[in-house]
Design a protein around this ligand. Structure first.
Ligand code: BT5
Length: 324
């Protein structure tokens, strides 16, 4: 039943807004035309608006924006990513659920997504504000055959995917601020939290956490982040439906990841640098012992920030307070 409905959506979506005849649907799905009609009624219960016109057929007028395992999978154009989805209306943190699922052998490509998080996590114990229905709060379980040292490359990969998705779907011009911030007009729109479980030189699993502010208005952010946070809607004046945005994200992520596994990091490095915030500018870095002023030139293979100092040296920076 579920897979018939899935294929039905696929068929209706391939022709975009054109009508697809009941005859064609019934031939492709090997079910009667009255059975097709019953499936259409069920889809309407899930929030689809489908128009049926005699002698023309059916077309999707509106897809639902209610996030669920079904609505995310219907029309999802991926091979392996998101073939297993865990959706929660409320979660403390999708990272925690993902770790638990990964420990219980959840497959590579499993996706955990929540409408809201009550204890969303940033890096180093910081909090991530994840208001209900306002954004994408999602974790992806990956089991890559790469060394633990290469794991930070996945954070950079994810940032390029988020920048691509925003560029494809909206008129905004995103930039990536090293190491893991996605900005629109200098304000943070998304953040990435990559966590790894590894033993010596073998990765057991990696969880890539993605938080993207989508439909907040400026006054919907808490005071603590109001000055530095923004959303896609605030910057483009357009509300974005969440379901197709997640589907596009999963599609682009799968492509980038497969390319990375097959061809290595170089394509991602180039793309990352093309989106980089303030590349070529002089920045100031406060490390444990000194303050350095240097030109930010790019990223290294291992994910470090590359800077060019006054005395002509190129240095790698792994952490420190950076004044952008
Ligand atoms: C991050 O941390 O940017 C990583 C955020 C990852 C969140 C996702 S949501 C799905 C998954 N499940 C989780 O529990 N987490 C992941 P960091 O670079 O440490 O940035 C955190 C800082 O960003 C905070 O200290 C605030 O200053 C700011 N911040 C918090 N919420 C924000 C928001 N919604 N938008 C913009 N900035 C925010």
């Amino acid at each position: 039943m579920e897979s018939t409905r899935y294929r039905l959506i696929e068929l209706l979506k391939t022709t975009d807004h054109e009508y697809v005849s009941g005859q064609l649907l019934s031939e492709r799905l090997h079910i009667s035309r009255s059975a097709i009609w019953k499936h259409m009624k069920e889809l309407e219960k899930d929030g689809y608006v489908i128009e049926g016109v005699s002698r023309k057929g059916y077309r999707i007028v509106k897809s639902p924006d209610k996030v669920s395992e079904n609505t995310l999978q219907w029309g999802l154009k991926t091979e392996w990513l998101g073939r297993n989805i865990i959706h929660r209306a409320t979660a403390d943190s999708t990272q925690r659920i993902a770790h638990q699922a990964a420990r219980n052998n959840a497959a590579h490509g499993t996706v955990i997504v929540a409408d809201e998080q009550t204890a969303g996590k940033g890096r180093m114990g910081r909090q991530w504000n994840s208001a209900k229905h306002k954004g994408i709060w999602m974790s992806i379980i990956l089991r890559p055959a790469i060394t633990p040292a290469a794991a930070p490359q996945l954070t950079l990969l994810t940032a390029t995917v988020l920048a691509d998705v925003i560029s494809e779907v909206t008129i905004a011009k995103p930039t990536i601020k090293w190491p893991n911030d996605l900005l629109i007009n200098h304000k943070k729109t998304a953040g990435i939290l990559t966590e790894m479980q590894a033993e010596q030189d073998r990765i057991q699993y990696i969880i890539v956490g993605i938080g993207m502010n989508v439909n907040h208005t400026a006054d919907e952010f808490p005071v603590s982040v109001k000055n530095k946070a923004t959303s896609v809607k605030s910057e483009t004046a357009n509300e974005q439906p969440i379901v197709p945005l997640i589907q596009q994200l999963l599609h682009d992520f799968e492509q980038a990841y497969d390319d990375f596994i097959e061809h290595g990091f170089s394509n991602i490095k180039n793309k990352w640098e093309s989106y980089a915030y303030r590349i070529g500018d002089t920045i100031r870095i406060q490390t444990n012992h000194t303050e350095i002023e240097a030109v930010f030139t790019g990223v290294a293979e291992d994910g470090a920030l590359l800077i060019h100092t006054d005395n002509g040296e190129t240095q790698k920076v792994y952490s420190g307070e950076i004044e952008w």
